[in-house]
Design a protein around this ligand. Structure first.
Ligand code: FE2
Length: 317
């Protein structure tokens, strides 16, 4: 890295941001991620992240669990998953194919609690020879692209999110280990949270659609009406123009704004191993267009996780 420019901090001198898609995704080059980045570099990364919703870094093979977490701390407070325990007393969560976990549903992480994460920082450790890509969708441009009457309708709705959904019905091919993991670990505490369907983003002020596969139903509607509306809004989120698809290489890092995106892990690498590590950064309680905040319906509070502080534990608006 050049240090020829004496005025610019050494770690920002070569930082470039190259958009991948028109509405979402950018590659950031010329930065070596870690806990020692200058405030200027962190500010540049954060700005690119808020503008592009997901940013990608190649060649970060030097990162380990500690430096991954140290970098995450520059974006906010790392938090533990509310139910899935940390394997080794760290905030870094394993996303491993051999645990039977599959994320091949469009979702926003951990929306079954009120203050679900603001950012996720995902690092590729083992990548299959083919497949295993991840897609992200921009939920701000999805909202913007709605016809006016649908925007007005969405503004007025609230939805109930839960981690207790019909896993077996969604994944009829699931291996017994995955079903066991889902029943005994993922839903060890069953959460119900009511969110506005349209969230006002706390940093950008944009309106974003807050849905995804943890949604059980639209509050106050019958099951059939609820399903119809959810499918309608979701179809706008998933439009190809709102999405970006990333083909992972070992050493890649992706950071996404979990308040303005959904994502989908494509399950097409057969039995090949895939290992990623995720550090999750605390979020705040969503607020709708009408100023109403999200509310935790049950349990009464988010219980302490096995390690550290839980995502969504803060319920103050
Ligand atoms: Fe996810």
């Amino acid at each position: 890295m050049s240090s020829a420019t004496t005025t610019a901090p050494a770690d920002t001198s070569a930082l470039t941001v190259q958009k991948v898609g028109g509405r979402i995704g950018a590659v950031i080059s010329g930065v070596r991620l870690g806990g020692d980045l200058s405030p200027e570099t962190v500010a540049q990364i954060r700005a690119a992240l808020l503008a592009n919703k997901v940013v990608f870094f190649r060649g970060q093979d030097h990162l380990d669990e500690d430096s991954h977490e140290a970098f995450g701390k520059l974006l906010g407070t790392p938090v533990a998953h509310p139910t899935v325990p940390s394997a080794d007393g760290r905030y870094s969560l394993g996303i491993d194919s051999d645990h039977g976990a599959r994320a091949n549903q469009w979702h926003t992480d951990v929306t079954f609690v009120p203050a679900y994460p603001a950012f996720s920082v995902l690092r590729a450790v083992v990548i299959p020879p083919y497949g295993g890509n991840t897609l992200w969708a921009n939920t701000a441009t999805a909202y913007e692209g709605l016809p006016e009457p649908l925007r007005v309708l969405a503004d007025s709705l609230r939805a109930v999110h839960s981690n207790d959904y019909d896993y077996a019905a969604l994944r009829p091919q699931a291996v017994p280990e995955a079903l066991k993991q889902y029943k005994e670990v993922f839903t060890s505490t069953k959460f119900l949270t009511e969110h506005p369907v349209v969230r006002v983003h706390p940093e950008t002020g944009e309106r974003t659609l807050l849905l995804g596969n943890f949604v059980q139903r639209i509050a106050g509607l019958t099951g059939r009406d609820s399903r119809t509306l959810l499918d309608l809004f979701q179809s706008h989120i998933e439009r190809p123009e709102n999405t970006v698809r990333w083909q992972w290489q070992v050493g890649d890092v992706a950071i996404w704004d979990n308040r303005a995106t959904q994502h989908y892990g494509v399950d097409d690498s057969d039995a090949h191993e895939r290992k990623l590590r995720r550090v999750t950064i605390d979020g705040d309680v969503p607020v709708g267009v009408d100023g109403r905040s999200s509310t935790l319906i049950s349990p009464e509070e988010v219980p302490d996780p096995s390690f550290g502080i839980a995502s969504g534990a803060s319920t103050a608006a």
